[in-house]
Design a protein around this ligand. Sequence first.
Ligand code: HEM
Length: 119
Amino acid sequence: MGDVQRYTLADVASRNGKNAPVWIIYKDSVYDVTTYVDEHPDGPDSIMEQAGKDATKDFDQTGHTADAKTIMTKYKIGEIIEEEKKYDANGKKKKKVVSAPPEKNNRSCINIVTCGLIG
Ligand code: HEM
């Protein structure tokens, strides 16, 4: 597992099929589908629209069968770097991490007073 190739979202974005290979992302894994595009049962257009992008939602919403997922595994070339992954270890979409607001000074002041009274 340690030697899996890692890519950034920017790495994938540059493989958008415009004078470049066709890479797509599905659940944080990166697929080079350059040679598959013309074999796609629905034609190349639907995949090409997702070239360089995260195709997870579109792939799932277009009702692909288990067969499609099996085919897909043949084209996997790596994974998105940890910092840019969108799914957790259970395959669930990560919540956006919002940084906690800095504590207001007057509050810690009250804490000091309270501590003083109690202590
Ligand atoms: C590695 C990537 C992909 C693989 C291996 C793949 C494979 C397949 C296969 C095997 C089918 C035939 C139906 C089935 O067995 O599910 C299919 C149908 C289809 N695919 Fe994909 N696909 C890929 C990516 C995409 C993407 C990114 C889109 C974007 C929207 C897309 C849209 C469709 C549509 C619209 C159909 C027709 C569904 C229907 O029959 O109603 N596919 N695909």
